[in-house]
Design a binder for this molecule. Structure first.
Ligand SMILES: [Zn+2]
Length: 392
């Protein structure tokens, strides 16, 4: 460390203090001093600044029986707002949270085009609308993070989106031309993993989140950090081959995991078994309520293939927490039990496996959380799940 790095140390101390206020929700100056190890004078100066900046406010415990009620500090959630956008193939989700990560607005729009230029303009218009709407807040709408359903390069460009066939799109520059700034892009499965860690499994340093939708995508957290790989493309687990010379895949190989355990495959198989057309999650729910044997059979066959890939992934990572984000698994009450039946290898080790509670909103709330962390420059962030989950 260099001498004269006072400003740097001050910045570090500030981020320690903010991190603790987020984690404790309400905390006194004395307790802050205890948990950060910083002396009371430092706490006092920093807290003074944060109050001046309107990032925190003073409050008191409502029910406090003994003695004088201590003054507590809390994050001022109304100071700044964050926009998360999930840019999917057929629709776009927009989610706005306050500084505490509480969703204050959620909108879903159907997309009737996959032309890049048209979608950029549409997004820019919507972002401007939200910027105006939250203009009266101290910092307004400060940061937008876009979830990309494809690979994102380390230089912040869209590398490839398979569904729309977009390649090498410099989306940040293109939005800047439309007067939209403060944008970050990130792969949607990475943001889902990030959301699970920040909103749900705070203590999990090694977390694996796998999304099963039109394809299979995953986000990997190792030692508390997103693992992105050399080009930023890590986590393309859907293209792991689970059946040599199996079904052809759009990637050019045969027998990829996502040709067996993605949603479209489930519906394909179910339709063959059931001899009738089912297309939606509501159809699955209805048939399960009717205790339809064929649909249970189709689910179990799909889960058996899902578990083959999962077994391989567990062997690669030895994860602490595995979060499976899939509407189908969420609907089927026996899904975890069925999955675990196939994970019998004495070598494959993991601590826990769960179905995501954040569901379809994981990537957008993860995007907002990433915005908060960037805005305040925090090394670690803990938020609580309030109204952030929706059913699929
Ligand atoms: Zn493939």
């Amino acid at each position: 460390m260099h001498t004269g790095d006072g400003a740097y140390i001050k910045k570090l101390n500030r981020s320690y203090i903010l991190t603790e206020i987020f984690e404790h929700h309400k905390i006194s100056r004395a307790s802050l001093s205890k948990v950060t190890g910083l002396n009371k004078a430092t706490i006092s100066v920093q807290v003074h600044d944060l109050l001046e900046e309107d990032l925190i406010y003073e409050t008191q415990e409502e029910h406090y029986s003994v003695g004088r009620r201590p003054i507590l500090l809390s994050i001022n959630e109304k100071a700044a707002y964050f926009l998360g956008i999930d840019l999917d193939h057929e629709h776009i989700l927009f989610n706005i949270t306050d500084l505490k990560g509480n969703t204050v607005k959620y909108e879903k729009f159907d997309l009737h085009t996959d032309v890049y230029e048209e979608i950029i303009v549409l997004m820019a218009e919507q972002i401007k609308k939200y910027q105006q709407e939250f203009d009266s807040a101290k910092y307004g709408l400060v940061q937008t993070v876009i979830a990309i359903h494809g690979t994102v390069s380390t230089d912040n460009k869209i590398h490839f989106i398979p569904r729309s066939q977009w390649r090498d799109k410099d989306i940040l520059t293109d939005l800047e031309k439309l007067q939209i700034e403060n944008i970050t892009i990130e792969n949607n499965a990475n943001l889902s993993a990030y959301a699970e860690r920040i909103f749900q499994y705070h203590k999990s340093e090694n977390l694996l989140n796998i999304n099963f939708s039109s394809g299979i995508g995953s986000g990997i957290i190792i030692n508390g950090e997103l693992h992105k790989g050399y080009h930023g493309h890590a986590g393309e687990m859907g293209h792991m081959i689970i059946y040599p010379k199996g079904k052809p895949c759009r990637c050019g190989n045969e027998g990829c995991w996502e040709r067996y355990a993605s949603e479209p495959t489930f519906f394909e198989n179910a339709n063959k078994l059931l001899n009738k057309k089912i297309q939606t999650h509501t159809d699955i729910k209805r048939l399960l309520n009717e205790q339809n044997e064929d649909v249970i059979n189709a689910l179990n066959i799909w889960i058996a293939d899902l578990a083959i890939g999962l077994n391989n992934v567990i062997n690669l990572y030895n994860p602490e927490m595995i979060v499976l984000n899939s509407p189908i698994l969420k609907i089927y009450p026996h899904s975890l039990e069925e999955i675990k039946k196939h994970l019998i290898s004495s070598v494959s080790q993991y601590r826990d496996i769960v179905i995501s509670g954040l569901g379809a909103k994981a990537s957008v709330v993860g995007a907002c959380a990433m915005g908060i962390q960037q805005f305040l420059d925090l090394p670690r962030l803990t938020l609580s799940e309030t109204n952030n989950s929706i059913s699929h």
